[in-house]
Design a protein around this ligand. Structure first.
Ligand SMILES: [Zn+2]
Length: 128
């Protein structure tokens, strides 16, 4: 991560507030990724029995190291795609806010160090 030298705390806070605002404007979201799978329906007379399988959609996510799948009906696929995309965006915003907060801490520390350095120099000047 960059040290954020030269970026003032105010600028960092403005950026963080903007990211928080984007987070507040969130739309419905869902964790996981949408994948296409090929399935057979079980009907021996169906074309899928001859190898021409049906396309189905599942939402998968890892729970305690295991992949869990949730069947998504075809009429919901478009909507769920948007939910998945929104979840990705929110995760990105969370990372951004966290990173800005880290930079604010670093900037605060380096500002304090600079102030202390100047104070020491001033005290030295006063003594002489
Ligand atoms: Zn079939």
């Amino acid at each position: 991560m960059s040290k954020g030298k030269g970026i003032s705390i105010n600028v960092l806070k403005t950026r963080r507030n903007a990211a928080i605002q984007r987070l507040a404007d969130s739309k419905p979201f869902i964790e996981g990724s949408l994948t296409k799978i090929r399935v057979t329906c079980g009907n021996p007379n169906c074309r899928c029995a001859q190898g021409e399988k049906h396309i189905s959609h599942v939402l998968t996510k890892k729970v305690c190291g295991k992949t869990k799948s949730l069947y998504v009906p075809v009429d919901l696929v478009e909507e769920v795609t948007q939910w998945v995309e929104e979840h990705r965006r929110i995760k990105q915003e969370l990372k951004e806010i966290s990173s800005l907060s880290e930079q604010i801490i670093r900037q605060h520390v380096s500002t304090k160090q600079a102030v202390n350095k100047n104070l020491k120099r001033l005290n030295r000047l006063k003594r002489t």
